[in-house]
Design a protein around this ligand. Structure first.
Ligand SMILES: [Fe+2]
Length: 145
């Protein structure tokens, strides 16, 4: 998909569905909260809330995501997940990309461009990550004990 093809931002909403379970209750509930929080960031940008509110939603999402990724990494480590290093690389990719977003938001990139990036990249990153990468450790480890 080319960015130019998007005429105006669509109000995309991301939602946790039961098929996204990874067999660990806390991680499932963190994933639900993450997707809900991502929607708040997108809404704040779509409905033109004060830039300060957008910035605080973006900051909250980043912090929550960091805490979640650390929790999940500790879980995979505790369970002895063999492919943890590969998984952590995906997490690092998210951290790096998100740090870029925050910089752009504070810089010269217009919020509209940033909004499209947030929807296209972040929404698909999280849904794909949960459905594919997180599923791999669930398949390997089974449910939490
Ligand atoms: Fe993950």
């Amino acid at each position: 998909m080319h960015m130019e093809e998007i005429k105006e931002p669509k109000n995309a909403h991301f939602e946790w569905t039961p098929d996204m379970t990874v067999g660990e209750e806390m991680i499932d509930s963190q994933h639900q909260r993450l997707l809900a929080q991502l929607n708040k960031v997108i809404d704040a940008m779509i409905y033109g809330e004060a830039s300060q509110e957008v910035a605080s939603a973006v900051a909250f999402f980043g912090q929550y995501a960091d805490e979640h990724l650390a929790y999940e990494e500790a879980y995979m480590d505790r369970r002895g997940y063999a492919a943890i290093e590969e998984h952590e690389k995906w997490h690092q990719e998210f951290r790096d990309t998100y740090a870029d977003f925050k910089q752009k938001l504070e810089g010269h990139v217009t919020p509209d461009n940033l909004l499209i990036e947030m929807e296209v990249y972040l929404g698909s990153w999280w849904t794909n990550h949960i459905l594919h990468e997180d599923k791999k450790y669930y398949e390997a480890l089974g449910p939490a004990m």
